[in-house]
Design a protein around this ligand. Structure first.
Ligand SMILES: Nc1ncnc2c1ncn2[C@@H]1O[C@H](COP(=O)(O)OP(=O)(O)OP(=O)(O)O)[C@@H](O)[C@H]1O
Length: 235
């Protein structure tokens, strides 16, 4: 099944001599379970593409489908529901709520989606365990390392069993050891069949992806469906 499909996807900013073609006529199919890394120089349109695919921004032109639903023409209300229920986001700066503990941060999305407090808590604790932070559930983000914060953010992104997880430079603020933790986690998600789209400058992330697309000037410059590059000797 196709998790994500784009046709003629285009986003322009400005007009006339200020016109920027941030994303320019992109066609893309991401099969369910694929880990796709999107790379390329600063300003080539990676974040814009991710935002268009995840329903955070609307295209100037073109179509986006998440599973069998067309999202570029959805009402704001339907899009908000889709962002809440069907996709997960991970950002470079974590975006955790400072005053909430790790488990509260993770369960918040499930509570907002209408799950009962006991089910939301149970799932949040399961996910924290899955990202290796069972013993940090009651810590505030300020008491966690950068890598641990990002793992909480990944647990949060998974809380509603999203069809696709989108990550924008998820290791951009992390040191090398923390990057490795996040990398292992992405590899684990991949092995469990989670569809994942990651924008990154980090070649090590690209090495755990099923497919690496290099962008330049809003378009795909190179599309490499490589599988199984060694990054830590396990594959
Ligand atoms: N709101 C906006 N208004 C005008 N131009 C914008 C806007 N957002 C992005 N752009 C421009 O669109 C282009 C693509 O930006 P985008 O942030 O998608 O690139 P990127 O590849 O993610 O860059 P980086 O790696 O630096 O985050 C850039 O030229 C940028 O200046």
């Amino acid at each position: 099944m196709t998790a994500l499909r784009a046709r003629g996807l285009t986003k322009r900013y400005g007009s006339d001599n200020t016109l920027v073609r941030a994303v320019d006529e992109i066609d893309l199919d991401v099969p369910t379970g694929q880990t796709l890394a999107i790379m390329g120089p600063s300003g080539c349109g990676k974040s814009t593409l991710l935002h268009l695919l995840g329903g955070l921004q609307r295209p100037t032109r073109g179509e986006v489908w998440l599973a069998d639903r067309r999202i570029d023409t959805m009402s704001e209300r339907a899009l908000a529901r889709l962002r809440r229920d069907d996709v997960g986001f991970v950002f470079q700066s974590f975006h955790l709520m400072d005053e909430l503990t790790a488990v509260e941060n993770v369960e918040l999305a499930a509570l907002l989606a209408g799950r009962s407090p006991s089910r939301a808590r149970k799932r949040a604790l399961y996910l924290l365990d899955r990202v290796g932070l069972a013993d940090r559930a009651t810590h505030l983000p300020s008491a966690l390392s950068g890598g641990q914060r990002q793992r909480v953010a990944i647990a949060r992104a998974l809380s509603n069993e999203p069809l696709v997880v989108f990550a924008d430079e998820p290791t951009g603020n992390l040191d090398s050891a923390a990057t490795l933790e996040v990398l292992r986690l992405f590899d684990d998600l991949r092995l469990h069949g989670q569809t994942l789209v990651v924008v990154t400058h980090d070649a090590r992330i690209a090495a755990v992806a099923d497919r690496v697309i290099a962008m330049r000037d809003g378009a795909f410059a190179d599309d490499n469906r490589l599988v199984g590059t060694v990054y830590d000797g396990r594959r």
